[in-house]
Design a protein around this ligand. Structure first.
Ligand code: NAG
Ligand code: NAG
Ligand code: NAG
Ligand code: NAG
Ligand code: NAG
Ligand code: NAG
Ligand code: NAG
Ligand code: NAG
Length: 542
């Protein structure tokens, strides 16, 4: 390995605290080096340079200046400075206060990012406040603030920050999703305060979700704000001549709470659990990921079934699997075989193309109605006669055809059939593949049978070794598997019983000081021995 790489590896070991005593202030004349940190005086937030992603992957590891939760072992940025201008992997950045008093990120003598404020003092310092706010101010007068990170949020709305518009200066504080899980560049989704509601927008143009009006206590489409969360946050909504903003405060100061607009365009509200060593998502908005505009990109079908909700349409393949793995699916899917008339000769019509029918679909928008096509066949022919037509549907509303990319196609039991145009070659290839599939299934079945036997053996072994059963039912809370011992600890050895039934009993537990759970303990006799299995029944935020 190149010696410089080793050096960088050491310098960027993110999770080892810096040797120097933590401070929350960067004075003038000092530089914050790539491996140094500021820590807010309440120990909640850290400012420093970070490199999202893993070194083993081929992604070039860019460096960003950012703020993250100090006590969360899983690096979770809440703000980043140079999202669209990262420091390339081998350059060592530093953070300094420049001669004009602004805060700048320098790398190899180049300014990568600057606060670009009008500074009227010659003694500016930078302080990371306990609220996550990074403030550039005069050292002699702490109310003389020239710039603050609260005014330039990225994807996260933190407690105490104002979300909304200053009507005098025009400054609009809004949340913008990140490009993907590691690239901190702005993505296509944003969250904005409209007149008196929170809107989610795609490419700043299409509103795909709205919170409803503020009624004095909560946004009317989020009644949970008043009930369940009423006890963990209090909310402020201000609309006067100077400004309109929304903000919240946490009533439990120790709760580690994250409200952000994620890569796929949903607002996520989640809480850190020390016991689970992971984030626990309490709420997403919109609730159905398929309601996010174009979240799966063109030529996909969105299905609200948990994790893998985007799939390519028949005859299409993922455009960039790298992006999909990093949860950016907006690139969608591309055609495996070109249509007959998609080549240079636009004159000929694609009469050899075929249609593939998808039975129950919530149809995409931007359909073109064809009045004079009075049968499904005529409708299909109209589509074939236009080179840019990609699908048709013939239903109660008559004939509709779609040109170009198909967006927002959602699997829906109450939907209508959509006929997707594909190259004849594509359809033929399925026919010739049938033989292969049949032999494939035969071989697959015998392998599966063997696999099943092996599984049974392993399962028996596990049962014999211990009665610790992992709860792998992921339907309840999504992502986390708990060990039986963890459930035992969380419920203080199953001491607080909430109820019971034939299956066993339900106990009260705590995952952290802000996450309560109900744990179902099931009893079963195995070879005369009493055994227990525990699973999380429900989860709530205190
Ligand atoms: C990663 O890089 C290696 C060598 O540069 C290359 O052979 C490999 O295909 C790359 N993998 C991916 C997933 O890009
Ligand atoms: C800084 O001052 C200049 C000149 O007075 C003005 O044009 C500019 O808008 C100011 N910038 C900010 C961020 O206030
Ligand atoms: C900063 O400005 C003040 C007046 O505003 C002046 O008295 C002081 O000498 C200046 N300090 C430096 C280091 O230039
Ligand atoms: C401190 O700064 C604020 C805001 O600029 C100003 O209103 C106030 O007069 C200043 N105080 C002193 C002592 O200079
Ligand atoms: C909201 O909570 C904060 C922090 O506990 C408190 O300072 C503030 O007064 C509360 N505001 C209202 C309107 O209750
Ligand atoms: C396209 O259609 C024409 C007939 O209209 C046919 O002659 C040609 O072979 C087709 N091309 C492909 C690639 O299927
Ligand atoms: C395009 O179609 C028209 C009418 O069918 C025909 O006259 C013309 O020759 C065609 N052009 C080409 C380049 O094939
Ligand atoms: C429908 O009307 C369009 C013009 O409006 C015409 O070009 C087309 O041939 C008609 N199709 C049928 C099936 O009548």
């Amino acid at each position: 390995m190149h010696p410089l790489l080793v050096l960088c590896g050491l310098l960027f070991s993110l999770h080892t605290p810096s040797c120097s005593a933590a401070t929350d202030t960067l004075p003038r004349g000092h530089a914050l080096a790539a491996d140094e940190r500021l820590v807010s005086n309440n120990g909640k937030f850290t400012l420093g340079f970070f490199q999202p992603g893993s070194k083993s992957s081929n992604n070039t590891l860019n460096t960003y200046l950012g703020i993250w939760f100090h006590k969360v072992p899983k690096l979770t940025p809440v703000w980043s400075a140079n999202g669209d201008n990262p420091v390339p992997s081998l350059a060592l950045p530093e953070l300094i206060i420049s001669r004009d008093g602004n805060l700048v990120v320098l790398a190899q003598g180049t300014i990568m990012w600057s606060t670009q404020a009008n500074i009227t003092a010659n003694d500016t310092i930078v302080v990371l406040l306990g609220s996550e706010n990074l403030v550039l101010r005069s050292s002699s007068n702490s109310s003389d603030i020239f710039w603050q990170s609260f005014d330039y949020p990225t994807d996260t709305l933190l407690a105490g920050a104002k979300f909304g518009r200053n009507k005098v200066t025009g400054l609009n504080r809004r949340m913008v999703s990140r490009k993907n899980l590691i690239d901190q560049a702005p993505g296509v989704y944003c969250e904005e305060l409209a007149v008196d509601a929170i809107d989610l927008l795609w490419k700043s143009s299409v509103v795909y979700w709205s919170s409803g009006e503020w009624n004095g206590r909560f946004f009317i489409s989020i009644p949970e704000m008043s009930a369940q969360s009423g006890s963990r946050c209090n909310y402020t909504f201000v609309n006067n001549d100077q400004e309109v903003y929304f903000s919240y405060n946490l009533l439990n100061e120790n709760m580690i709470f994250h409200n952000f607009l994620d890569v796929s365009g949903q607002i996520q509200t989640r809480v850190w659990s020390d016991l689970a060593v992971d984030w626990i998502t309490a709420r997403t908005q919109p609730n159905d990921p398929c309601d996010v505009y174009a979240t799966c990109g063109p030529f996909t079908i969105c299905t609200d079934n948990g994790k893998s909700f985007c799939n390519c349409m028949k005859g299409f393949s993922i455009r960039s699997s790298e992006d999909w793995e990093l949860e950016d699916r907006t690139g969608g899917c591309i055609r495996n075989n070109p249509l007959n008339c998609s080549g240079d000769d636009k004159n000929k019509t694609g009469v050899t193309d075929k249609f593939y029918s998808m039975p129950s679909i919530r149809l995409p928008q931007n359909a073109k109605g064809i009045q004079n096509a009075s049968s499904a066949n005529e409708c299909a022919r109209v589509c074939l006669n236009s080179c840019s037509c990609t699908a048709y549907s013939y239903g109660i509303g008559g004939c509709s055809i779609w040109h170009g990319e198909l967006l927002n196609v959602v699997a829906d039991d109450n939907g209508e059939p959509l006929h997707l145009r594909l190259a004849a070659k594509e359809v033929q290839s399925w026919k010739s593949n049938k033989r292969v599939i049949i032999t494939g299934v035969a071989i697959g079945a015998s392998i599966a049978a063997m696999g099943f036997l092996i599984l049974i053996v392993i399962w028996r072994r596990i049962r014999e070794w211990s009665s610790h059963a992992m709860d792998n039912d992921q339907s309840g809370i999504g992502i986390i598997a708990f060990k039986y011992v963890d459930m035992k600890r969380a419920t203080k050895n199953f001491s607080e019983k909430l109820g019971g039934g034939g299956f066993g009993s339900v106990f009260k537990g705590c995952l952290s000081n802000s996450v309560a759970i109900a744990v179902k303990r099931l009893e079963c006799a195995h070879q005369g021995e009493k055994q227990f299995r525990a699973e999380v029944n429900s989860i709530g935020i205190i």
